[in-house]
Structure formats: structure tokens, C-alpha cells
Design a binder for this molecule. Structure first.
Ligand code: GLN
Length: 264
């Protein structure tokens, strides 16, 4: 079996270390002898490349780079990308990426950037004087059917441990939130929502260590992609996650959330 990971604009959208997410998917495939290739979905890519990927990973960027990306992500490329998301290709989109998947993003300076309108949400930066939302974040995934599917993979409530760093605030309309904030800002620091979930696209403000700290999301992406590609039930072999589990315990202790630690 093999999978292609489409990596959205690696040069323009890797400001915040989100390539860690690409590496996690790649490694967890390789450890199971699943062949994996990485396809950059950037200015040089054409719509055929967008159409052939099995998993999509998109990272964060600065406002200026987001504008350049949106000038490029138009026409046949945008249509191919939209078609992928609408037909259930799994993906993880962080911070600047979901801002572009939404209806629009108003940057700190300059004109509103029109998004793809795939996610029914808007994002607004309150201006360069406003505080950025920075720090560790913990949230529980509540989106359906994702929460149940993750529980089946990990055997406990899907508590996400991450790190956020954004100026923009996101407000959801009809799209369902990814989860509920326990510690941190989440989408806007006001309504306790974090991220969004649409078909199999995970949108979140939690940056590039996301998949290493929460390996069950990585496995959900791989399992979902394989099931779609090979049209059969896939059960992934277990991996040794003891380091990730120890890291999760340490973070929950540091954030005084020991009650969320599950002994495995
Ligand atoms: N430029 C956007 C913001 O500040 C996105 C930042 C990011 O991707 N971390 O909200």
C-alpha cells in the first residue's frame, strides 16, 4: 500500500514548524511499511498534482505569504483542491491554512484576503497593536464523527495537546468546531471553540508538533486515507508510543491538568 502526502506551499507556509506534521505522517507510514511520497502543492504544481494526493497537510504563514498563496491558489488548482476536500480526502490544516480555507481573512495591515470559502468561517486580525494568542493549548475534540473514530483508535477521550501562535481570530458560522478549549485561546479567545471540522478536513490553530504529541490523529489520517484509496476496512498495526505518552503526561502535569492523565 502507498500514500501521497500533498504539502501545501512548503516554502511559503512553513513559518511555524508545521513540517513536523508532514514528517509524522511520513514516519508512521514508513514504520508500517506503507510506501509514502511527498508532493509539494505550490506555485510550480498543476491541478493534476492537487488531484492525485491522498492526504493534505497545510501549515501556518505570515499574513504577507498568505496573500501570495491566495493569489496563486485560483482557477483549476483551486477547483482540484476544493474537489479533494469535498470528496473526503483527509487533511490537517494549521492556523494560516484554515484562515485561507474560510470565507476571508482580514490581515493586520492591508486588504481583506478572499479565501476558498470551503469552511464557513471568517478570520480577522484586530491589528498590529493587539496581543497575539500564544501559548500551550489543550482542547477536547468534539466534532462528529471524528471524536468517536479517534476514541476507537486511542481508547480514551481525544484530548489534544498543542501550541498556538496567531494574531487572527476565527469566528465559525455553520461549520462545526473541531473541539472545545480547556486551556488556551482557541479560535478567538472568547467562545471556547477550537478549529473546525469539515468532511475529513481538520482545521486547527494548534501548530506543527500537533501530530507528534497526538499520534492518534496521525493514525486517523493514515487509516482514513487508506480506506478511501483501497476501499476496504484498514486496521493499522500498533506502534510504540511510549515517548509521546510520556510527553503528554509531562505537559498535562505542567498545565495542572493531571486529572486528564490516563494511565496506560
Ligand atoms: N498570519 C496569521 C495570524 O497571525 C497566521 C499565523 C499562523 O499561521 N501562525 O493569525
Amino acid at each position: 500500500m502507498e500514500l501521497s502526502i500533498g504539502w501545501l506551499y512548503p516554502k511559503l507556509m512553513s513559518t511555524y514548524g508545521d513540517r513536523g506534521n508532514v514528517i509524522c505522517v511520513q514516519r508512521r507510514c514508513q514504520w508500517r511499511n506503507i510506501g509514502v511520497s511527498i508532493i509539494p502543492l505550490d506555485r510550480e504544481a498543476d491541478s493534476a498534482q492537487f488531484s492525485k494526493v491522498d492526504i493534505i497537510v497545510g501549515g501556518g504563514a505570515q499574513d504577507r505569504q498568505q496573500e501570495i498563496v491566495m493569489r496563486d491558489l485560483q482557477g483549476a488548482k483551486a477547483a482540484a483542491f476544493r474537489n479533494k476536500i469535498e470528496s473526503g480526502t483527509p487533511g490537517v490544516f494549521t492556523c494560516g491554512s484554515p484562515q485561507l480555507l474560510g470565507r476571508y481573512y482580514e490581515p493586520a495591515l492591508g486588504q481583506r484576503i478572499e479565501g476558498l470559502g470551503l469552511l464557513d468561517l471568517v478570520s480577522k486580525h484586530p491589528g498590529i497593536e493587539a496581543n497575539r494568542c500564544i501559548g500551550n493549548v489543550v482542547f477536547e475534540i468534539t466534532a462528529t464523527p471524528l471524536a468517536k473514530e479517534l476514541q476507537a483508535l486511542w481508547d480514551e477521550d481525544p484530548i489534544i495537546i498543542g501550541f498556538e501562535n496567531h494574531g487572527g481570530r476565527t469566528y465559525l458560522d455553520s461549520v462545526q468546531p473541531l473541539g472545545k478549549v480547556i486551556v488556551g485561546y482557541g479560535n478567538n479567545g472568547e467562545d471556547k471553540t477550537e478549529g473546525a471540522f469539515y468532511h475529513n478536513a481538520i482545521a486547527t490553530y494548534s501548530h506543527g508538533p500537533l501530530l507528534s504529541k497526538n499520534p492518534f490523529i496521525t493514525d486517523w489520517l493514515i487509516k482514513t486515507a487508506l480506506q478511501i484509496k483501497y476501499q476496504k476496512e484498514i486496521n493499522l498495526s500498533k506502534l510504540d508510543d511510549s515517548v509521546a505518552i510520556a510527553g503528554r503526561k509531562a505537559m498535562l502535569q505542567r498545565l495542572e491538568l493531571s486529572q486528564l492523565i490516563v494511565t496506560k
